[in-house]
Design a protein around this ligand. Structure first.
Ligand code: URA
Length: 461
């Protein structure tokens, strides 16, 4: 195989055959293609793109570079949810226990936080003792016994994707839709799923802020799933403000526990129920999203979801008593209110500034090898549209020291804008994308009015 010739063809806008993608992936995995040639090919892909057949071939080859979970013997539907990531997004922490307690196997494979976004693995590891590094065998056994495992990408799953992702990170080639779709789907399909629900974030704090690029990614991942016989449904959700109130690892676990006790913020519950309803319908547990939603609400009000979270924590070596007593989670040493600098309306709570603030406090990573402090972060009560007085507490900073406190206050001052008026925020769940196309999502009217009383009726699409 003449690698420079393949790079040249891609650079000039040609397409490579499935056999060529397979050979490239295999040779790269075997160490026969050096990183400098692969980096050049990635940059050619970044500028020239790949068609669906090429993307499917790359994804299949990355999937085939490692092992897969064989869950056929479980005898029930296996559904996961994947979010493109954001700030304050703790949905996985409650969704996995709720949905798995209702009879769906949830092999949830998540990532770590990077840049301004948080990661489910870091959040789970703030629970004392919690082990996310299960082997595939351990994950399979846990799925058999309790129906859910919350794990990271092990060395066994799509190892070529793991190396390629690190190379993309170092060569500014992450933001390529075919590369993202192939990367995510190679790992998701290795989970042995019978269905997948995607939460595609849109808005300023999203990985891909533009709505059109988000839809493009959703459509491509749906097509890749379909080609592999796995139905995929995507929902477009808002990331123009943090989701919920807590941003930071242990603080988000605490908020997820509140949600499982029926005391969570309405936006977190709404996104969780909407995604979970799709999972239950895909898995054949409910006939409609309305029925699915009712079952999830009962699961929360009866305490069944919280009990399942305890089971998962215990199975993975963590301290399950945090579910009854979240004060057992790591606690920050310095806690201080951030007060409104003026009277007015909350115009923006900018997720990127808040996410960067969590990193400045020590709760996020600039580089993959950085350690995170689980105790730090923010609890932000102010929501876009709220009318506030000067001096009113808008948020709380949780820090390990006085220097962190100053950085946290600066991040809140940058991230929260108080003005004389505010534009309406994006609708929380705006569109549903399936293989049949894209439709405006019809949320129940009470959801929007309860959360955003100022903008009753004025959301558009
Ligand atoms: N997450 C992944 O797993 N891969 C990407 O390429 C981007 C986000």
């Amino acid at each position: 195989m003449l690698v420079p010739r393949l790079i040249e063809r891609k650079r000039d806008g040609d397409r490579l055959s499935p056999g060529e993608w397979e050979a490239i992936t295999r040779s790269y995995g075997a160490g026969e293609i050096p990183d400098y040639q692969m980096a050049a090919l990635l940059m050619a892909i970044y500028f020239r793109g790949m068609d669906r057949e090429e993307t499917a071939a790359l994804m299949g080859a990355m999937l085939g570079s490692g092992a897969s979970l064989d869950l056929g013997g479980l005898g029930k539907a296996r559904i996961d949810k994947h979010s493109t990531g954001g700030v304050g997004d703790k949905v996985s922490l409650l969704l996995a226990p709720i949905v798995s307690s209702l009879g769906i196997a949830v092999p949830m494979m998540s990532g770590r936080g990077l840049g301004h976004t948080g990661g489910t693995l870091d959040k789970l590891e703030s629970i004392p003792g919690f082990r996310t590094g299960l082997s595939l065998d351990e994950a399979r056994r846990q799925l058999e016994t309790i129906g859910c495992a919350m794990i990271g990408q092990t060395g066994e799953i799509a190892p070529v994707d793991k190396r390629l992702y690190a190379l993309r990170d170092a060569t500014s080639t992450v933001e390529s839709i075919p590369l993202i779709a192939a990367s995510i789907m190679s790992k998701k399909l290795a989970e042995g799923l019978t269905g997948l629900v995607l939460d595609i974030k849109r808005g300023s704090g999203a990985f891909l802020p533009s709505f059109d690029r988000g839809v493009e990614l959703a459509e491509l991942m749906i097509a890749l799933g379909q080609a592999a016989g796995v139905p995929v449904v995507a929902l477009m959700t808002a990331m123009d403000r943090p989701l919920g109130r807590a941003c930071g690892n242990a603080l988000e676990v605490e908020e997820a526990i509140q949600c499982l006790h029926g005391e969570g913020p309405p936006d977190v519950m709404e996104v969780t129920y909407t995604l979970g309803a799709e999972m239950l319908v895909l898995g054949g547990i409910a006939r409609s999203v309305d029925e699915a939603r009712r079952r999830m609400e009962v699961c929360v009000s009866s305490g069944k979801g919280a009990e399942q979270f305890e089971r998962i924590i215990e199975a993975q070596g963590g301290d399950p008593s945090v579910v009854d007593d979240p004060s057992r989670l790591p606690q920050a040493k310095v806690v201080e209110f951030y007060a409104s600098p003026r009277q007015g309306v909350v115009a923006r709570v900018e997720p990127r500034a808040i996410g960067r603030g969590v990193t400045a406090l020590g709760g996020g990573r600039r580089r993959m090898e950085d350690a995170v402090d689980p105790s730090v972060g923010f609890v932000i009560r102010a929501r876009p549209g709220d009318v506030v007085k000067v001096g009113e507490p808008l948020a709380t900073v949780f820090s390990r020291d006085e220097a962190g406190l100053a950085a946290g206050m600066a991040a809140l001052s940058e991230g929260i804008t108080i003005a004389d008026e505010a534009d309406p925020p994006l609708p929380l769940v705006s569109h549903r994308v399936t293989r049949d196309g894209i439709a405006v999502y019809e949320a129940e009217p009470w959801v929007r009015t309860a959360e955003y009383p100022v903008y009753r009726g004025g959301f558009g699409t």
